[in-house]
Design a binder for this molecule. Structure first.
Ligand code: FE
Length: 199
């Protein structure tokens, strides 16, 4: 009898695979954790940072990005699983956007890499919907009272990416320099991009 493995959630399949590899001494869990951290914090979000920097530098690209996130992100070569339908939400002086997956941990892998553990935390998933202003403040981001907060619930259909506001003092910067300022947390919407020399 065969089992239709596509019906088993990918996280369970991955865990099963990991335990077999560790059990047979084929991988070292510490090395694996190092790689996971790299994809969470550096390699994954670097792609998103390039997208943001290009949008800040090129108004036509920005317009395309807000119109069709998936296609515009693919223009830069970033595509693949969990990125089939990416919608980009722009932060403005009036509106702050933040992303969550209330059901599980849906996240735009091609631009942000793997989700951090707090993103998968049940407290983050429920409180970001119920009391976003309070939770954001606890996470270090105070959103002014007159700024509207929009919470976007990711799903297996749609993954969101936040286009943060470009900080002041960055007028002469190149795309590469700008990309260096953009953090993963700013693209999830739990932080702002700090001006150079701050943050
Ligand atoms: Fe999910």
């Amino acid at each position: 009898m065969t089992t239709d493995t596509t019906r088993v959630p990918v996280e369970l399949r991955t865990e099963a695979l990991e335990s077999i590899l560790v059990e047979r001494n084929l991988v070292d869990p510490k090395v694996m954790d190092t790689y996971i951290k790299m994809y969470e914090q550096d390699i994954g979000p670097m792609n998103g940072a390039k997208v943001v920097a290009k949008a800040w530098s090129d108004p036509e690209y920005k317009a395309r990005l807000l119109e069709d996130g998936t296609a515009s992100i693919a223009e830069l070569g970033f595509k693949g699983p969990q990125g089939e339908h990416i919608v980009v939400k722009e932060n403005t002086p009036d509106t702050h956007n933040v992303i969550v997956c209330t059901l599980c941990s849906c996240y735009p892998w091609p631009v942000l890499g793997l989700p951090p553990s707090w993103y998968k935390d049940p407290a983050y998933r429920s409180r970001m919907v119920r009391e976003p202003r309070t939770l954001l403040s606890e996470m270090g981001l105070d959103v002014a009272g007159d700024v509207d907060i929009q919470v976007w619930d990711s799903s297996s259909e749609v993954r969101y990416l936040v286009l943060p506001q470009r900080p002041s003092g960055t007028e002469g910067m190149t795309e590469e320099e700008l990309a260096g300022l953009v953090t993963r947390d700013a693209m999830v919407g739990v932080a702002e991009v700090a001006a150079p020399g701050e943050g």
